[in-house]
Design a binder for this molecule. Structure first.
Ligand code: USQ
Length: 502
């Protein structure tokens, strides 16, 4: 099992003892941490205090606190706190973890519900109030989730919650995740940066003070990297050891340095700022973190969400909060031609909801070492927008007999709509044992099946007016011109071919 040989060094139950000088340790032990012979590190195990002080070298396989499962070794009743537990991802992960025996706690201040309401939209898959969600989770799945209504920026209250729960892993989903929302006007841009950047910065300070051995699994985005027109591969956050820069007849190694970031909205910028704050916190204080560069997410399915309609997670399709595949399927269901922005030759990394949840579990149970900041590119496939529209239209036609049309709109965003795209995503499959469980077309079919339900179709119809994009990157609202309408299968697919190094 992929995490069998991890040791106490990775385990959140290990309390580092002695006078360790945290300054300038930076990266993980295998990246050059040299403490010298006299400054050997010893630990005390919070779960097995009877062991006294010892060197941190018991493996997960040897330790009775870690038990083997289909996902790898799991720390018994590991305490995971999910920030943003009411959201699309947070709720899905909470159910999955709790069902696996994790002790799940979480906070949310319902910002996402408010922002979607502000747009005049709603989640088209209905969701209940949190109290009812928790009750249903208890009745149907037999799980208890410790929820607190809390704003990440409310430092004193967050400190209290952390002290009370003492989580062994923190999953940070508590950010406003919309590019268009962040570009709407000054107020929205500031709100996104305040919520995301300052929220994360405060969290880091509190983690250092209250739970310094806890790992932070932070949701970043593939959009941090942008789409470099040179075609340079999008490495996993840091340059590989053998990367070299050549200039003025001289050469240097780039190994271990952060790769360039080229975000494409003030929202994506907020994630870049988080990246640097987290990297520094790991360097200064020996915090540990995986920064997860996730591709565009889509889908409705996890085993737990599918067990009862009242357990389902939210699903947004408005121009602010809907992501592209989820929007396309909803458009197909209510007979709106699929809205491709610009040429449609943009390529993005994608991952289905259930696969993303699998990745998160694997990251949670294989924590980084003290001081280790690492980045994973969490994507299961690369797709061009025009091809995605064809796939949605194809599934709609073949499985649901829908006559789907496609339209190209003037692009409301400032982004390259033709660009090379090469993504490196080796760590999740090769270090953490991740294998995608579902194909793009299978998940699209599942989405159709849910969205075709009469109640949900009706909820899409009710909010049809929130689908067309009107938020431009100039901070002005206006309708986008329709450049072209066409039938699926009638146009050659143009642009670059994506390259996936996985
Ligand atoms: N797009 C269309 N038609 C639509 C909606 C979007 O052509 O109706 C295009 C956009 O112009 C863009 C691409 O589809 O080129 C993706 O747009 P999106 O809205 O699905 O995703 P994005 O704005 O990139 O943001 C989403 C999530 C964000 C996450 C990001 C991952 O909202 O939280 O960070 O996906 S990534 O795109 O890899 O940066």
């Amino acid at each position: 099992m992929y995490n069998a040989n991890k040791t106490c060094w990775n385990c959140p139950a290990a309390k580092l003892m002695g006078n360790v000088d945290f300054r300038a340790c930076g990266q993980a032990r295998d990246k050059g941490l040299d403490l010298g012979e006299e400054e050997e590190i010893v630990i005390e195990c919070r779960r097995r205090p009877e062991l006294g002080y010892f060197e941190p070298n018991i493996t997960f396989e040897q330790c009775p606190e870690w038990t083997p499962t289909e996902y790898g070794y799991i720390l018994k009743e590991m305490k995971v706190m999910i920030l943003g537990i009411d959201g699309y991802l947070g709720w899905s992960l909470a159910l999955k973890l709790a069902k696996l025996g994790f002790q799940v706690s979480g906070l949310d201040n319902f910002t996402r519900r408010d922002c979607v309401m502000e747009k005049g939209a709603h989640t088209i898959v209905p969701i209940k109030r949190m109290t009812e969600r928790l009750e249903v989770a208890r009745d149907v799945l037999g799980i208890n989730i410790n929820f607190r209504k809390l704003n990440l920026n409310a430092t004193a209250k967050l400190r209290e919650f952390l002290e009370e729960v003492k989580p062994e892993s923190i999953v940070h989903y508590a950010e406003i995740p919309s590019a268009p929302y962040s570009m709407a006007d000054l107020e929205h841009a500031v709100k996104v940066q305040e919520n995301n950047v300052l929220g994360t910065l405060k969290l880091l300070w509190l983690m250092k003070e209250v739970v310094p051995e806890t790992s932070l699994i932070k949701l970043g985005t593939m959009g941090e990297y942008g789409t470099p027109l040179t075609g340079r591969p999008l490495y996993e956050g840091l340059f590989p050891a053998d990367a070299i820069i050549e200039w003025d007849d001289r050469k240097w190694s780039l190994g271990g340095e952060t790769t360039p970031r080229d975000p494409a909205s003030f929202y994506h910028v907020s994630k870049v700022q988080d990246t640097f704050n987290i990297l520094e916190a790991c360097k200064y204080w020996w915090l540990r973190s995986y920064d997860v560069m996730q591709g565009v997410i889509f889908g409705v399915y996890t085993e737990e969400l599918a067990m009862d309609n009242r357990l389902r997670t939210r699903y947004d399709i408005d121009e602010w909060f809907g992501t592209v595949i989820n929007r396309f399927v909803a458009q197909a269901v209510v007979n709106i031609p699929l809205t491709i922005y610009g040429k449609g030759e943009q390529i993005r990394g994608f991952i289905a909801l259930n696969d993303a949840m699998q990745c998160m579990i694997r990251l949670i149970i294989s924590p980084p070492e003290p001081g280790q900041y690492d980045v994973v590119n969490q994507v299961s496939g690369l797709h061009k927008l025009s091809e995605l529209a064809e796939s949605v239209a194809h599934v709609g036609k073949e499985k649901f007999d829908l006559d789907v049309k496609i339209q190209r709109l003037e692009n409301p965003r400032v982004e390259a709509d033709t660009h090379p795209f090469e993504v490196v995503s080796k760590k999740l499959p090769h270090v953490f044992g991740f294998t995608p469980q579902i194909t793009l077309e299978e998940e699209i079919e599942r989405i159709f099946a849910v969205l075709k339900e009469p109640e949900i179709k009706n909820r899409i119809e009710m909010k049809k007016h929130t689908i067309m994009p009107i938020t431009t990157w100039q901070g002005k609202k206006r309708e986008m011109k329709v450049l072209e309408r066409y039938d699926p299968g009638t146009k050659p697919i143009k642009g670059f071919k994506p390259k996936f190094d996985n």
